[in-house]
Design a protein around this ligand. Structure first.
Ligand code: SF4
Ligand code: SF4
Length: 185
C-alpha cells in the first residue's frame, strides 16, 4: 500500500562524454577525498568513479560506482561503438563478484559513490570540482517519494560490507576473525 509522500532532494551528476578527455582527475579527487585519514592517499583503485578509456578511438566514459550485487550476470552482450567492441560489463556500475572494479583493494569491501556526503557539506562533489573539462556537472532536483517504499529499499552499508567479506574470505574465516577480535587475541 502506498505511504505518505514526501519531498526529497535528489543529487544528480550529468556526464557529457563528448567533453571527457580521459584525464582521470575525477578518479584521483575521489580517492583523495575518501582516503582514511581524509586526503592521505590517492590510489585511484579506491575511487568511486572509473573512467573507461580508449585514447586511440577518443572514447572516454566515466562510470559511477553503484550498489553491490551478489549476483553475477549470465548474459554478456557486446556493444560496438566507432568500431571498437565493448563488453556490457564495461558500462556496469555495480560492484560484483565477477570483477575487481569498485572494491576497496585492501579489504575487498564494495565501494559506492556517496555523492561526497560530508559535514560540512561540499558545494559540489569532488569529482565535479576537479573535472576541468566540464564533462561532469552537478544538479539538485526536488522529487516526491513514497516514505514507506524508501524505508524498504536497500540493505544497509554494514550488510553489504559483511556480504562482501563473506564472498572474499568465506563464512568460516570471517567467524574465526570475529571470535579472535572479541577475545582480543
Ligand atoms: S576529470 Fe572530467 S575530463 Fe577528466 S576523466 Fe574525469 S570526467 Fe573525464
Ligand atoms: S560524487 Fe564524490 S563519491 Fe561520487 S564519484 Fe564523485 S568524488 Fe567520488
Amino acid at each position: 500500500m502506498a505511504g505518505e509522500k514526501k519531498k526529497k532532494i535528489v543529487k544528480v551528476i550529468k556526464i557529457d562524454t563528448d567533453k571527457c578527455n580521459g584525464c582521470r582527475a575525477c578518479e584521483v579527487a575521489c580517492a583523495i577525498f575518501h582516503s582514511k585519514p581524509q586526503y592521505s592517499g590517492n590510489n585511484p583503485a579506491k575511487s568511486r568513479i572509473a573512467v573507461l578509456r580508449d585514447p586511440i578511438k577518443d572514447i572516454f566514459v566515466p562510470v559511477y560506482a553503484g550498489e553491490y550485487t551478489a549476483s553475477e550476470c549470465t548474459g554478456r552482450n557486446k556493444y560496438v561503438i566507432d568500431g571498437r567492441e565493448f563488453d556490457e560489463c564495461d558500462w556496469c556500475k555495480a560492484s560484483c563478484p565477477s570483477r575487481s572494479l569498485f572494491k576497496e583493494p585492501d579489504s575487498g569491501l564494495p565501494l559506492k559513490c556517496d555523492m561526497c556526503e560530508s559535514d560540512p557539506p561540499l558545494e559540489e562533489p569532488m569529482c565535479v570540482q576537479w573535472c576541468l573539462s566540464d564533462a561532469l556537472t552537478y544538479e539538485e532536483r526536488e522529487v516526491e517519494v513514497d516514505e514507506k517504499e524508501e524505508e524498504k529499499k536497500k540493505p544497509g552499508e554494514m550488510e553489504l560490507g559483511l556480504e562482501s567479506l563473506v564472498d572474499k574470505y568465506g563464512m568460516e574465516k570471517l567467524l574465526d576473525a570475529i571470535a579472535r577480535m572479541s577475545r582480543g587475541d
